[in-house]
Design a protein around this ligand. Sequence first.
Ligand code: C2E
Ligand code: CA
Ligand code: CA
Length: 723
Amino acid sequence: MVSNTPTRPVKESVDGKRVNQERARLLYEHASLGVAFTAVVCTCVVLLVGTSQQYGGQMWAWWCVMMAICLARLTAIRRWERSGNPNGVLGIRWFGAGILLQGLAWELMALVLFPVFPEEQRALVLMVMCALASGAITTLASSFWLAAGYATQMTLPPAILYMLADRTQNGSAVVFLTLSYLLMILHSARVNHEAVLRSIHAQESRQTLLAQMQQAYQDLAAAQVDLQNANQNLEQRIRERTSDLVKEVAERSRYAQELTRLASTDSLTGLSNRATFSSRLTACAKSAGAAGERLAVLFIDLDRFKEVNDVRGHDAGDLVLREVARRLASNLPEHAELARWGGDEFVVMAPRVKDETEAIEIANRLRSALWLPIPLAAEEVSIDGTVGIAMFPKHGRSDDDLIRAADVAMYSAKQEGRNRVRMFEQSLADDLASRHIVAQALRDAVSSGQLSLHFQPIVSTLTGRCETMEALLRWHHPDLGLIAPLDFIPMAERSGDIVGIGRWALVEACRAAAQWSGVPSPPAVAVNISAVQVLSGTLFDDVEFALRESKLPPSRLHLELTESLFAGDHQRISPAIEGLRRRGIRISIDDFGTGFSSLSYLQDLPVDTIKIDRTFINRMNRDSHAIVQAIVMVGRALSFEVIAEGVESENQWKELQALGVTQFQGYIVSRPIPGERVPNWLAASVQANRDLASLSERVRSGAPSGVHYREVVTARVEDDGYC
Ligand code: C2E
Ligand code: CA
Ligand code: CA
């Protein structure tokens, strides 16, 4: 650091105070010797001239005065010396006073004794005084006025006194000579004084110069120290900055590596991400093209992963994804690369694949690697995957085309019922394009009034009445015609549109049911609720709104939920379902037997009814009889009502009735009926019910069969052929 010490101002001229101090110093320097000399001279004068009886006493008295003066002067000189010479002017004045006093003493002696002295003694004293005067011009040279004053004092008055005492020519000559002498010594005094002043000035200038040089030297030294410090500081800062820079550079390169890694990998699984996979695929496709080789791109989508995530929570979902990534990675063929495409989708690129058969083998191997159950905190889940395959160069040459083709193949496999492998074909892409159009159109279906509800009766063999009507969605597209719910509901679930559609269905079903009050005991309405609706968290409010809007009593509303919703952590959704039940709404498990059935959780379910899936009913005469029997037994043991859906034949009816099933839904009773025809149908069914009593010869067990029901009702309501 550069010092901020201000540079002292350099003296330009000689300091007057110092000059006076020096002048005083010169006066005092040899003053003691001068005083001593004066004392000796006085003594000699007394001894030489003072022996006469006539004036001896006076001389000794004078001597005493002189000695006193000398003593006083010595004391003043000593004090002055001890005081350190602070004030030059004052010192000169005091010194002058001593000299004046001393001169006055000599004059006093001349005044008193010259008249009585004999001539020789008078001349001697005058000579001594003149000698002292001449000595003074040297010793008092630093003060001209002091030297001149003392010289004048010691010569002029004694010369005049001499002349007065000797009025002869001799006396005049002595005065003349003395005056001449005085003038000479005054001149000398002037010359001496100027020489002394010059020397003082020269000395002062030298000292000032010296001081200035010293000052300059000190300043230089200080500046050097500052410079050195500044240099050291600078070096230190450079060292620190250099080490900071080195650290910063290292840090940056670490960040850059980390960023590259993050940008190129998926943080959950540690696999490559989309961007990396795409660029790797581009490179591999290029080299495969050059080498004339085939390359397979596999698009893997996990089945039912959404349920794991929604029902068991995201932590469980993450765990499953990591485990799937690990299993896929460890079952890859040589040179193949794996990446996470997003969500539960993975992509694989397998170079040097001979043909499509080998690609399908790879896909099946990867699928089977997933089958082993994955343990979670409380239980385990089984995962499967659906795989779509595209081949380079047959199905595409660019990374985009290949991945899209594999995705299309995977999507088609999903539509065909999941858990399978599908090779891409152009027809699949065309199919998908039309599905895309459908999905777009579905978005406006509610607002443009293209949706409607049909109702399918559920009848009870105990009461012989239609107790419930299941509301089933229908979509009349102006160009595409009637679209079945199984073709658009999964689509709406994926896009989330099902929440709005389901809300509409709830309100419409309740409104319709509220209009059925024309018959004695109007049936309840059962509305299908998608898992997406339940998990969206708005179901309770939607139900409340529908009941308020339609004024339908809650006891006449049933909600059909799929079984998978209750699998796993059903504690999460049970409170919401319980809330609905407390309102008096009945809850049914739809498609029972197809989901994650486990006897252990059945008893805790907050439901009233289970509906045996129609696939079991359909296959009862082949392999499902035992399953249906088991479901009915479990349902009865747990006090659930059991509904058999999809009952088509008289045989099925009888078998189910023999197993103890009392509620039936299916074509044997009726196909779904358009909403506006339901009141007619209900009126006819009431009449039919009455008519049934007269058909007793056709009733075997005492309860009406589905065939009777349909026959009788059909006799009254024209079947319009909806299914
Ligand atoms: P689901 O809930 O199992 O409804 C019963 C389905 O079985 C209906 O098909 C019905 O027409 C059909 N069915 C009834 N009896 C018979 C029979 O004897 N034989 C045969 N082969 N089929 C019979 P649909 O109307 O095509 O509905 C299909 C599925 O669409 C429904 O299955 C339900 O899961 C879903 N769905 C319908 N409407 C809605 C709705 O409003 N919301 C939601 N979330 N899903 C709905
Ligand atoms: Ca249903
Ligand atoms: Ca069903």
